[in-house]
Design a protein around this ligand. Structure first.
Ligand SMILES: CC(C)(COP(=O)(O)OP(=O)(O)OC[C@H]1O[C@@H](n2cnc3c(N)ncnc32)[C@H](O)[C@@H]1OP(=O)(O)O)[C@@H](O)C(=O)NCCC(=O)NCCS
Length: 149
């Protein structure tokens, strides 16, 4: 059975391992090896998403199989390592919420986990008054975001 919940700081090392494995495995059909290696410097976990309680995990039989979330802060993409982070709060009446850092374990893709997390994120952002969303996607993310409109 699949369950979901907000991520906690105790999940950080498991999330980092899941992201690293997923970046290597699922980007292959979309990007060459050099670009995948370069993307490691940009992609990954922004731990402030967890502190903000805007980051979800999906579990199956106690194992973390997917993650992703949204943000009420200006940074559009990127993990803790990127230097150009902007923590300023968005204005829900004026700005689009950000959708962030979606990863599904390769053994669990195409089971609706990405779609579920997007739905949870949209609902949470709307509950805070946001009417629009924005994201920057890797090529590997494009099919999911297209399918979800
Ligand atoms: C992008 C990602 C999160 C999608 O996760 P997922 O749990 O497999 O997505 P879902 O099962 O909810 O897919 C929903 C729909 O999106 C589309 N889709 C998702 N992945 C697809 C793929 N590789 N090829 C074609 N369509 C795809 C399909 O329409 C799918 O519906 P269907 O399976 O009923 O046809 C996952 O592939 C991933 O982790 N990729 C690597 C990391 C990454 O690049 N993340 C995006 C950061 S911007």
């Amino acid at each position: 059975m699949q369950t979901h919940r907000l991520a906690t700081l105790d999940d950080v090392s498991t999330l980092q391992a899941l992201m690293s494995f997923t970046i290597d495995r699922l980007q292959c059909p979309f990007l060459d090896e050099l670009t995948i290696r370069a993307s490691r410097g940009i992609m990954g976990l922004g731990t402030w998403l967890i502190s903000d309680a805007t980051y979800f995990v999906v579990e199956q039989r106690g194992h973390l199989v997917g993650c992703g979330g949204w943000s009420r802060r200006a940074t559009l993409f990127g993990g803790d390592r990127i230097g150009s982070r902007d923590d300023s709060l968005l204005d829900p009446l004026r700005d689009p919420a950000r959708f962030r850092a979606m990863y599904t374990h390769p053994d669990f893709v195409r089971h609706g986990i990405g779609r579920l997390i997007l739905r949870l994120s949209e609902a949470a952002a709307m509950a805070e008054g946001f009417a629009h969303g924005e994201l920057a996607a890797t090529l590997a993310g494009v099919p999911l975001y297209r399918a979800c409109g």
